[in-house]
Design a protein around this ligand. Structure first.
Ligand SMILES: NC(=O)c1ccc[n+]([C@@H]2O[C@H](COP(=O)([O-])OP(=O)(O)OC[C@H]3O[C@@H](n4cnc5c(N)ncnc54)[C@H](O)[C@@H]3O)[C@@H](O)[C@H]2O)c1
Length: 452
């Protein structure tokens, strides 16, 4: 069976995706830096639920992080230690220095990567990595419940360690889900998005390129549609007007991926997720926030006075789509030409079903005339009005919500609605869980997990 790297496995979608690939018999390595963007307790809970415990058998440490020597982030100058983005958007480093050398304390030169990693990390990310974690950085942990699952705490920004991991593990495919998520947080913490989503994506692509990975599947987002108003939102439409930095980084990931697909014949598929929800869901998203507030008899914030529609997509549907696309994406069908075979790696056995390079027609933005590249929407294709969503929660909880009617938030869009025609045509699949069913399953999980 093939070996898959899945990034972001302490996160919501990554956790469920890892379980799916394991259930299908694959060998999986999960990667996450376990940052504190939201409650790390829930991230540890997800790891725990997949058999990853702090005392699980360690398989190996990456060089420079062995026991005893390993303290990569804890000896920084005082000036950088407390530096962090704040709600006012002030993200300046507070050591007052532009010189990368100056952010290193004396005596750390021998620790591999330290200089490049530290100097490329945003202070908020650094602070997270300095904080105590039961999982040692750069060390592989064996799942106690599944012999085919291992986990490593690693930052995407740490290219040297990523490179070593790829060289040792020789992954067949990569499902890259780790990122700094959240539209609103990107308004106040822009630098984090550049570090995680831009540099992190580049590092993953470089590692894939140099290690003959057969397919890179990565998370994009419905937020790339920004100011588009034509419904349903289609991957065939241009998305050149993002309205949050988060969206801009996701669109940039698609552009960067096209470049690597073209230059190095690395098949890449971007998945634009539409408001994912389900058990172990994110505490910064509406369903979690609303359920928690309502159970505590607190009021909920309802943006744009309830005039919002979201194409909510249940987790099981997302995971099924990610799994199918990993093996059946149109990106895998594009034939290599002799000239491009000489530029970089490619799989000579890959069979062609389309060769749109020969076509005179301008390629659809979701595909390419020159590269094994594809972008899909994964959404339910059935937008739900926010007030109806709240009604589904009320029905399941058996109580009424107290609502604070609020204006539209910067960076937000009033409506999302996925056109999933391509996903259906290419991989024969369409998400279809109803909102009542999905909300019900989330609330059952929430009450059980938090004992409410
Ligand atoms: N949940 C949604 O509705 C939704 C919608 C659109 C797109 N997405 C995208 O899907 C992906 C997964 O989202 P999610 O909802 O599971 O979010 P999540 O925050 O729960 O998971 C992301 C994980 O990535 C990890 N991470 C972040 N930066 C990292 C770094 N620099 N190095 C290593 N690990 C890092 C985090 O610790 C976290 O556990 C993200 O790329 C997100 O942007 C999600």
């Amino acid at each position: 069976m093939e070996k898959i790297l899945i990034t972001g496995t302490a996160g919501f979608i990554g956790y469920h995706t890892a379980l799916k690939f394991l259930a299908e018999g694959y060998e999986v390595v999960g990667l996450d830096n376990i940052n504190n963007y939201y409650d790390v307790g829930l991230k540890y809970g997800r790891l725990e639920a997949s058999g990853i415990h702090k005392d699980s058998l360690e398989d190996y440490c990456l060089k420079g992080y062995e026991e005893g020597k390993q303290k990569p982030f804890d000896s920084l100058p005082a000036g950088r230690q407390g530096a962090q983005g704040d709600a006012s958007g002030n993200n300046k480093l507070n050591d007052g220095s532009d010189n990368p050398e100056s952010c290193l304390p004396a005596g750390t030169a021998g620790i591999r990567n330290l200089k490049s990693v530290i100097c490329n990390l945003h202070p908020a990310t650094l602070k997270t990595l300095q904080e105590h974690s039961p999982f040692k950085y750069g060390t592989l942990y064996q799942s106690a419940t599944n012999p085919r699952y291992r986990f490593i705490r690693l930052a995407l920004e740490d290219y040297d360690c990523l490179k070593e991991l790829f060289e040792k593990e020789k992954f067949d495919r990569v499902v890259h889900l780790a990122a700094q998520a959240g539209v609103r947080y990107s308004i106040t913490n822009p630098f984090t998005y550049m570090d995680c989503n831009i540099n992190g994506h580049l590092n993953i692509m470089e590692a894939c390129r140099h290690n003959k990975v057969k397919h890179l599947v990565y998370a994009s987002s419905s937020s790339v549609y920004g100011s588009n108003t034509k419904m349903p939102l289609s991957t065939s439409d241009n998305v050149d007007h993002p309205i949050s930095l988060y969206a801009a980084t996701k669109k940039a990931n698609e552009l960067m991926s096209h470049t690597y697909s073209h230059l190095y014949d690395l098949p890449t598929t971007g998945l634009r997720f539409f408001t994912v929800y389900g058990p172990y869901g994110r505490p910064d998203m509406a369903l979690f926030l609303f359920t928690k507030a309502m159970l505590e008899d607190k009021a909920i914030d309802v943006y744009n006075h309830g005039e919002m529609w979201r194409d909510f997509t249940y987790m099981d549907d997302i995971v099924e789509g990610v799994y199918k696309v990993t093996f059946e994406s149109k990106a895998l069908d594009i034939q290599m030409t002799d000239d491009r075979l000489q530029i970089g790696w490619s799989d000579p056995n890959r069979q062609s079903t389309i060769d749109n390079r020969k076509s005179k027609i301008k390629p659809d933005p979701s595909t390419s005339a020159t590269a094994p590249f594809k972008v899909y929407n994964i959404g339910n294709s059935s937008p739900v009005k926010l007030l109806d969503f709240i009604k589904a929660i009320e029905d399941k909880l058996g109580k009424k919500a107290k609502m604070n009617m609020m204006d539209m938030q910067p960076g937000d869009v009033p409506k999302t609605w996925a056109d999933t025609t391509d996903l259906e045509a290419d991989v024969g699949y369409k998400p279809d869980t109803s909102i009542e069913e999905g909300v019900g399953r989330f609330i059952e999980w929430y009450r059980d997990y938090y004992n409410k």
